[in-house]
Design a protein around this ligand. Sequence first.
Ligand code: ZN
Ligand code: ZN
Length: 260
Amino acid sequence: MYNISSELTTLNQNYGLVGFEQNDGYIFYGDLKLNHKYNNISLKNDLYISMFVPFSYPNELPIVKDITKKIDSEFHKNKNDILCLACDAEMYLDLKTREDVTISDFIERFLLPYVYSYTYYKKYSKVPFGDREHGILGIIDFYKDYFKLDDRHITLQFLKYMAFEKYRGHNLCLCKSGKKLRNCHGIDIITLIEKVGINNILSDYNMYLEVMKDIKQQEKRKRMAEYKIIQQKKRLEYYLFPPKSPFEVSISKFYERYIK
Ligand SMILES: [Zn+2]
Ligand SMILES: [Zn+2]
């Protein structure tokens, strides 16, 4: 198991972070310095953060907070100034695939690119690397890219399968290639389940269901409101322009036909 205390000195020397042991992990504070170059564009910045690293890292992910509220709220940020560095599945997959993973890996792979991306965004009004949507859309797109699919509905089928079904290699693959899972996306599914874990996949799928439920409720509320407006409009029309009685209609027709 990874031992955080062995990395305290490195984290202090390389990133200026000072760590204190807490109940179930370490809490670090410091002014993280960015001085990085990507595609020949050098950027500098600094961000005062707190970072909680659970003892169980990398089986649980660190939480990083923007203490001085420097990052705009329209950029990737969650509640309570917690940075949205990437989707959890993406971080688990990356970190748990590394041998001898350290907190420096987390900082180099996710935290500093985030600060770089933000600094770039502030300067050029766009992001330097491919950016995903914040929230559930970004999460679905992560899985879509991971499985190299181009359909979000099929991606959701994969998520549902991983969350609820038992993997069987002889089942037909969900991508509709006509091949068996073991000859198609099987290995990708097995890797993801192993690195990310069923619970995290399930929680992503549940988030999708929650959001969908919310959208459906909103749609229903909107339809109800529209229905009420239509009903009111009908009543108003009836009130303002009452329909002619059948007798009146027939009289007018009679006139049209015989008098004119
Ligand atoms: Zn985000
Ligand atoms: Zn497939």
